[in-house]
Ligand binder design. Structure first.
Ligand SMILES: [Zn+2]
Length: 230
């Protein structure tokens, strides 16, 4: 896969969204910062400085949790992500999940500039978009951060899903996996350690039948008993 794949994808998305028309201003882009939902930068041109903002809608925590579960459940993606890389094929995972990573649709990103001439995508905004595209190949996690989940939060969520998957498959004595969503810590610290509610047992009127003492399910007996006791 080309080392410039992410910037190609971003430029193609911007062109498709009519953000690629204006030629970049012949200025200097300084202080480009990528935050959740917004890229901010200043563009210095001929002694004047203009502020540019590129606003993108963010994915909600449950949507990021879905992404992390999909990536954490795939050995190839999981290994590369946990090594700190974001393979370009990840863009396809977002597509399959029906979630946007790159700007999508004519309203994304919402571009504003402090220059008086601004009435669309001015040269200053084009320069910032160009500068952003120039950075995403070296650090594609800028794209996830722009969409609302920075590198650290995404890798933590992928790691949690990978761990939960291993425990479900191979460690019968492990506690039920706690699904960690990419969301802020709760106000009450006790909430942090509380697992999401378990699904209701299939038949409350009569206790579930005991597991057979032998066979492949026997190894799940301790966990099963814990779930039965609720
Ligand atoms: Zn401008």
């Amino acid at each position: 896969m080309s080392g410039r794949y992410w910037s190609h994808l971003l430029r193609a998305a911007l062109d498709a969204n009519a953000c690629g028309g204006a030629p970049p201003a012949a200025g200097t882009v300084v202080d480009l910062r990528v935050a959740s939902g917004e890229v901010l930068a200043r563009v210095a041109v001929g002694g004047r400085v203009h502020r540019v903002s590129l606003i993108l809608s963010v994915l909600e925590p449950p949507q990021w949790d879905t992404v992390a579960a999909a990536l954490g459940g795939q050995p190839l993606f999981r290994a590369r992500l946990l090594a700190g890389r974001l393979p370009a094929e990840v863009a396809r995972v977002f597509d399959v999940l029906g979630l946007p990573l790159l700007p999508r649709g004519p309203a994304e990103p919402v571009v504003t500039c402090s220059c008086p001439e601004w009435g669309g995508v001015c040269g200053h905004a084009a320069a910032v978009l160009d500068a952003l595209a120039g950075r995403v190949d070296a650090d594609p996690f800028l794209l996830t951060a722009w969409r609302g989940c920075d590198r650290g939060a995404l890798l933590a969520a992928v790691r949690a899903h990978a761990r939960a998957g291993r425990e479900a498959v191979g460690d019968a004595d492990a506690a039920p996996p706690v699904r960690v969503a990419a969301r802020p810590l709760p106000e009450d610290p006790d909430e942090f350690w509380r697992a999401p509610a378990l699904p209701a047992p299939p038949a409350r009127a009569e206790p579930p039948p005991p597991l057979p003492a032998d066979g492949p399910l026997a190894a799940l007996a301790p966990l099963y008993e814990r779930l039965r006791r609720g």
